[in-house]
Design a protein around this ligand. Structure first.
Ligand SMILES: *[C@@H]1O[C@H](CO)[C@@H](O)[C@H](O)[C@H]1NC(C)=O
Ligand SMILES: *[C@@H]1O[C@H](CO)[C@@H](O)[C@H](O)[C@H]1NC(C)=O
Ligand SMILES: *[C@@H]1O[C@H](CO)[C@@H](O)[C@H](O)[C@H]1NC(C)=O
Ligand SMILES: *[C@@H]1O[C@H](CO)[C@@H](O)[C@H](O)[C@H]1NC(C)=O
Ligand SMILES: *[C@@H]1O[C@H](CO)[C@@H](O)[C@H](O)[C@H]1NC(C)=O
Ligand SMILES: *[C@@H]1O[C@H](CO)[C@@H](O)[C@H](O)[C@H]1NC(C)=O
Ligand SMILES: *[C@@H]1O[C@H](CO)[C@@H](O)[C@H](O)[C@H]1NC(C)=O
Length: 348
């Protein structure tokens, strides 16, 4: 029988490079969360003279995949000549060409707006309900209350009596690539409760899209590796050489610098990870050390090392799949829980 243990520490304040840190954006986990997705919902709750008001909600249904700094970016293409008159709880990255508007100036006239989250201390007039997390979303299993974010938009410039068309080609960066979003489809209107749960109210119309993560789209090379050691053997089984690419393997692997070297200040590197050069070249290493083996239990020390100079992880989790976790498992200095078995093999 296989069970997975799942441990976390949060919030752990900024940790400098090469200390216990995380493995969050990795290939390792997906088979263990086959239903994980991010759902984007457009709830139209009011008609206006030339369009509608909608609440857009981004819900992270991944069991353990956070959305980290610098946070999500949501984009789409308008089906017609829609504009965003105003927004609260988020903002459009570009205003675009609004030169044909004489009196009121829209918030954004872009045909394909990109929406960014506001920071938590955004001013009250720019806020909406459940907004403003700086683009960060927790994983569903870890903190459901922080796994979603909403913003409100007033959409206008619809011609005639049209009630609007669902936006096309939804894109989600969370933060980098990796997500593919399906079309926004009409679904049952979202229902919520009112009067202390004694009355149900519903929005006028709901469009929903599901975005699926692929580690192949997100990362050209793996982002973590596992090394092993035991108390009875002085040899360490280190991460295989070039697990995450090699120093000289060309442009597709992380740029690496030797330990102690100053971080290069080149613009060309602003979007790429810079890792410490190691034999494995992985941004994150998980080390599994079997400390001792008693008659009825064994003890393991798990060390997670961050070799990525571009990332400080403030909240992270590790998933472990191992035979024998059916027995009771106790973790120290971590919070852990046993995940339900998913019936899929596959390890880091
Ligand atoms: C572990 O969980 C307990 C109870 O859920 C919580 O109070 C504590 O803050 C958690 N600790 C960490 C490090 O997350
Ligand atoms: C997205 O995740 C939710 C929660 O696990 C699930 O109910 C829903 O069916 C998933 N959607 C798709 C399209 O897989
Ligand atoms: C802005 O849009 C107007 C009409 O919609 C167009 O005439 C003008 O050329 C556009 N300006 C630019 C810089 O694209
Ligand atoms: C906040 O609201 C004010 C007034 O409504 C607006 O001028 C400003 O651009 C908004 N700021 C952001 C970041 O949306
Ligand atoms: C949406 O994406 C598809 C495929 O990438 C493209 O063919 C189509 O032109 C796009 N539609 C719009 C309105 O941008
Ligand atoms: C590197 O990535 C580019 C596209 O990003 C791809 O065309 C190329 O084949 C890749 N090279 C290797 C060696 O993987
Ligand atoms: C990470 O934290 C260390 C120590 O607080 C700091 O020196 C470093 O600039 C931070 N790096 C990033 C990428 O935030």
């Amino acid at each position: 029988m296989k069970l997975r243990i799942f441990a976390r520490i949060s919030p752990l304040a900024l940790v400098s490079a090469i200390v216990l840190t995380l493995c969050s954006l990795s290939d390792c986990y997906d088979p263990m969360d086959p239903n994980g997705n991010i759902t984007v919902t457009f709830d139209t709750y009011k008609w206006t003279t030339d369009g509608y008001m909608a609440r857009v909600t981004i819900q992270n249904y991944h069991q353990y995949r956070h959305i980290e700094k610098p946070g999500w970016k949501l984009g789409w293409t308008w089906a017609r000549d829609e504009v965003i008159w105003s927004m609260s709880g988020a903002f459009a990255a570009q205003q675009g060409n609004c030169s044909s508007f004489k009196f009121q100036i829209p918030h954004s006239c872009k045909k394909n707006p990109v929406i960014l989250d506001l920071i938590p201390d955004a001013s009250p007039e720019n806020r909406s309900e459940d907004c403003c997390h700086g683009g960060l979303l927790s994983a569903w299993a870890i903190d459901p209350s922080k796994s979603f974010s909403s913003f409100e938009i007033q959409v206008g410039n619809l011609e005639g009596s049209s009630t609007g068309h669902a936006p096309l080609n939804l894109t989600l960066m969370a933060p980098g690539p990796g997500y593919t979003c399906g079309p926004l489809v009409d679904t049952d209107p979202t229902v919520s409760s009112d009067i202390g749960g004694r009355r149900e109210v519903q929005v006028f119309r709901t469009w929903k899209s599901t975005c699926i993560y692929s580690s192949f789209l997100a990362n050209k090379a793996p982002v973590c590796c596992v090394s092993l050691s035991t108390f009875y053997n002085p040899r360490i089984t280190s991460c295989p050489t070039c697990s995450c690419g090699c120093k000289d393997a060309g442009p597709n692997t992380s740029f690496c610098i030797s330990e102690g070297t100053a971080l290069p200040q080149s613009d060309a590197l602003s979007d790429t990870d810079v890792v410490q050069c190691t034999n494995h070249n992985c941004p994150v290493r998980v080390h599994w050390h079997l400390k001792n083996n008693y008659l009825d239990h064994w003890r393991v020390k798990l060390t997670v090392s961050n070799y990525n100079y571009k990332r400080n992880y403030s909240s992270w989790n590790v998933l472990v799949q191992h035979p024998g976790f059916g027995q009771s498992v106790i973790t120290y200095s971590f919070n852990s829980s046993i995940l339900p078995t998913v019936g899929l093999e596959g390890d880091c």
